[in-house]
Design a binder for this molecule. Structure first.
Ligand SMILES: [Zn+2]
Length: 271
């Protein structure tokens, strides 16, 4: 594939190598999943959230979640998929467990990131759809998360730790506006400036193929339970893990109706 094909211009070949080279640099990966349906007016929020890990950490988080899955099944742990909504509702293979067991498993799933030794942090945007109207809440959440991830990478760069960022989204989110936003994203940059630190267009992967997307699902579900259902049990596990510096939370953004009270760290420790 990489051989210079007959008739291919050397310039085109060099561009291909340049693109690959950028992907081969040390990299921070941001895995994201969404919660909340845009078309469903009975739901108040749209949420986009997940975890950013240094590339070498991805393997270890995968291993931690595999190990948790291994406790639940004899045989192939990959047959267990962590998905917050199905777990809490007791659907499919979760049906045989008691509700408190399923809740405990969601909390344990969220805690697996604490076994990582290197850099990791959470990012998320919670958008009250009505409060943001008529703006597209998906575009707004996507820009917020990309911008905050970009700022985090810029901070690393200023500390002489230059890394590229790559955004990886659950394939199921393609049905939403995210697919077209991802395509526009590199071309136009986000509204606060060009995303200089992001390596390429976001990728879409199947949640069954990587535990990291399943972890992102648990994070977005924890936010969903807190903001949509007033159930803070899962959010409390991860509340302190959103990107922050000097006591200011940058990694979590909550857009709500002006003046409405909120105790989340994004509102209390406002960027
Ligand atoms: Zn808040």
């Amino acid at each position: 594939m990489l051989a210079l094909r007959l008739g291919e211009s050397p310039l085109r070949f060099a561009e291909t190598w340049f693109s690959l080279g950028r992907l081969l640099l040390a990299m921070h990966l941001l895995y994201l999943d969404d919660a909340g349906s845009i078309g469903n007016s009975s739901e108040k929020h749209f949420i986009l959230a997940g975890i950013a890990v240094f590339e070498r950490q991805a393997h270890w988080l995968q291993t931690e979640l595999d190990s948790l899955a291994g406790e639940l099944v004899h045989g192939d742990p990959s047959s267990i998929e962590f998905h917050g909504n199905s777990m809490l509702a007791g659907r499919g293979r979760w049906r045989s467990m008691r509700p408190e067991q399923r809740r405990a498993l969601i909390r344990r799933g969220l805690r697996t990131a604490w076994a990582l030794h290197g850099q990791w942090r959470l990012f998320g945007a919670v958008v009250d759809k009505q409060a943001r109207s008529p703006e597209d809440p998906v575009a707004y959440a996507f820009e917020q998360v990309c911008s905050r991830f970009d700022q985090f990478l810029l901070r690393l760069h200023r500390q002489n730790d230059t890394q590229r960022g790559l955004i990886i989204l659950d394939k199921s989110t393609q049905e939403t506006r995210l697919q077209s936003l991802a395509a526009e994203f590199r071309r136009e940059g986000h509204r606060w400036g060009v995303t200089r630190n992001l390596a390429d267009v976001p990728l879409f992967v199947d949640s069954r193929a990587t535990r990291l997307i399943q972890y992102a699902d648990l994070v977005s579900y924890a936010l969903w339970r807190k903001f949509e259902k007033s159930d803070s049990e899962f959010f409390n596990v991860i509340a302190g893990a959103f990107d922050q510096e000097g006591g200011v939370v940058h990694g979590l953004h909550h857009f709500k109706r002006q003046g409405s009270p909120c105790d989340c760290s994004a509102c209390v420790l406002r960027f």
